[in-house]
Write a protein that binds this ligand. Structure first.
Ligand SMILES: C[S@@+](CC[C@H](N)C(=O)[O-])C[C@H]1O[C@@H](n2cnc3c(N)ncnc32)[C@H](O)[C@@H]1O
Length: 185
């Protein structure tokens, strides 16, 4: 990652603390995802919940290191515009922003994904996951934010990933809590 992208991330961290409504992941969560993408060698990332593109920059940068790409879905038009501007500033041409409801957009996506990040409506994580599941490769990594802070809204999801025999899942106490799941087959 170059210095100007590091500066942009820092700027967005300060902006996010000063303004309500962007709900960005913590900086250490971003760093964690960056490392995870590198070690998993993921090349095709799907993010649900873009906001202003803060987490997308971490994911897109890591995908770029792997010569891969990222798709991110955001329902709010004004956030899509802000994210597009931030991704342009980060010079991430490997990221595609899809404007729409993830529940209708995920089924339309072409190709397979080896990394999935869930960060939109907590009660719908289970629905985003089930919709994306047929498009996930064997060995895909799935990370879901707010697994500690909003555990009460994600119980269906957490119960599903922790008990399904085709998945292994563990809670990572970083940021707001990240549920880290591996698709075994
Ligand atoms: C927690 S924020 C995402 C923060 C972002 N991942 C980051 O860390 O920088 C959740 C976002 O999901 C969006 N959202 C809510 N429901 C959605 C849906 N059904 N489909 C796509 N995006 C949705 C919201 O507009 C909001 O911008």
């Amino acid at each position: 990652m170059n210095d100007s992208t590091k500066r942009l991330l820092r700027e967005l961290e300060i902006f996010g603390k000063a303004h309500d409504g962007y709900y960005n992941i913590s900086a250490d969560t971003g760093q964690f995802f960056y490392v995870l993408v590198l070690i998993s060698k993921a090349k095709s990332i799907l993010e649900v919940g873009t906001s202003n593109g803060y987490s997308t920059i971490w994911l897109g940068e890591a995908a770029k290191q792997n010569k891969g790409k990222a798709t991110t879905i955001e329902i709010a038009e004004h956030k899509v515009e802000i994210a597009a501007e931030n991704l342009k500033r980060a010079r991430l041409s490997n990221v595609n922003i899809v404007h729409g409801d993830a529940l209708t957009e995920i089924p339309k996506l072409k190709g397979k994904f080896d990394f999935l990040f869930l960060d939109a409506i907590k009660e719908d994580y289970i629905n985003y996951f089930k919709s994306a599941y047929p498009k996930l490769t064997k060995g895909a990594v799935i990370v879901a934010d707010n697994a500690i802070m909003f555990e009460r809204y994600m119980k269906d999801y957490l119960n599903f990933v922790r008990t399904n025999k085709n998945l292994r899942s563990v809670l990572i106490p970083i940021g707001s809590g990240v549920e880290f799941t591996l698709k075994l087959k």
